[in-house]
Structures are given as structure tokens and as C-alpha cells.
Write a protein of this length. Structure first.
Length: 188
């Protein structure tokens, strides 16, 4: 079990000046990552960067939200919206609905396996068949695992690459402000 605090990760400015990113994890370390977790702050309208060969997952954490558009298709996303999965090569245009937003991003190379991001439901045991799994809590929470409790501060990524890991149960979290993520399938 490994923990990363968002507050300990410096924000890196985007090349286009439209926001910043805090990279919480690039896994595995020390080379070409197969999976990447980050929190971005979008501060102004502009296009997303294209990431060919990458499966992307995106969810609004805070702020009014954004409208993403691909040609004639426009999709408004707010903190109440479900996570969105899309092909990283299809870089949408992004328009803020009001002020800046904070957003959780999960990216996985398409050959690394199938990636998932979903809202965590407090009180329900979770044990995916995965070679990597994680939990991001936007607000403080408590995770139970194998009879042990893990208090988690707001802005925490907890993760494991132990495929035999036991069930995790989230407690004391505000509904909708925590997210399970996992990568299943064989490595590339």
C-alpha cells in the first residue's frame, strides 16, 4: 500500500498556460509509464492535449465544471457527473462553465490493459481483479483493509500493485468525492 498526498506534489504549469497539473503517480516508476494519475487545475478555455495510444478518464472534482466538445458533440461535466472515458488521441476543446476547476485524470497506455475509474460507494467492499488499483479521496475518508484502518486526508491517492490484495472498504467519505481506479489485464 502506497500513499501520495496531493499537498506534497508541486503543480507544473501547462505549456499553453491554461492550467497546472500535479502528477500523483506514473506507474511503474523509472521508465515509460503504463498508468498515470494526476489532478489538473483548468484555469481557462482551450484544447486538451492529444495523447495517441492512451485511454483517458476524466472527472470534475471542484468548481462549476467544463464543457468538452468534439466537433458538434458538446458534453457538460460538473462535480456531479460520472467519470468520462475517451480515446486520448481525440483531444476535445474545453470551455469552463464558470471559474477554474480541479479535475482527476487517469491515463493508461492502450497496450497496458483495461483501465477504469468510478465513484467509490462508502460501506461496500471493493476487490477488483486487477494488477494495479487505487483510491483517490477528494475529501477526508477512512479506508478499511484486512482489519486495518487507514485514515486518509483530503487529496490522497492510495494505491497497490499487489494483485492478491484483499478487499478495500471506504468509510466516512462524503458520497461522490472518492474514486476507485484500476488496471486489469496483462502488461504490454
Amino acid at each position: 500500500m502506497k500513499l501520495v498526498q496531493r499537498s506534497a506534489v508541486p503543480a507544473q504549469p501547462w505549456r499553453n498556460g491554461g492550467g497546472t497539473t500535479q502528477e500523483l503517480l506514473a506507474w511503474p516508476a523509472g521508465g515509460d509509464w503504463q498508468l498515470r494519475v494526476s489532478v489538473a487545475r483548468i484555469e481557462r478555455d482551450g484544447p486538451f492535449s492529444a495523447y495517441p495510444g492512451i485511454a483517458r478518464h476524466f472527472v470534475v472534482l471542484a468548481g462549476a465544471g467544463v464543457a468538452l466538445s468534439w466537433g458538434d458533440r458538446v458534453l457538460p461535466l460538473t462535480p456531479r457527473s460520472e467519470p468520462l472515458a475517451f480515446d486520448g488521441a481525440d483531444a476535445p476543446a474545453c470551455r469552463l462553465l464558470a471559474d477554474a476547476t480541479d479535475d482527476l485524470n487517469l491515463m493508461a497506455r492502450t497496450g497496458a490493459g483495461r483501465s477504469h475509474l468510478q465513484r467509490a460507494e462508502p460501506g461496500r467492499a471493493w476487490q477488483p481483479h486487477a494488477r494495479w488499483r487505487g483510491l483517490y479521496t477528494h475529501e477526508a475518508a477512512l479506508l478499511e483493509r484486512a482489519g486495518s484502518e487507514w485514515p486518509l486526508a483530503a487529496g490522497t491517492l492510495l494505491w497497490s500493485d499487489d494483485a492478491a490484495d484483499t478487499a478495500w472498504t471506504l468509510h466516512a467519505a462524503h458520497a461522490g468525492h472518492a474514486f476507485w481506479m484500476w488496471l486489469e489485464g496483462a502488461p504490454a
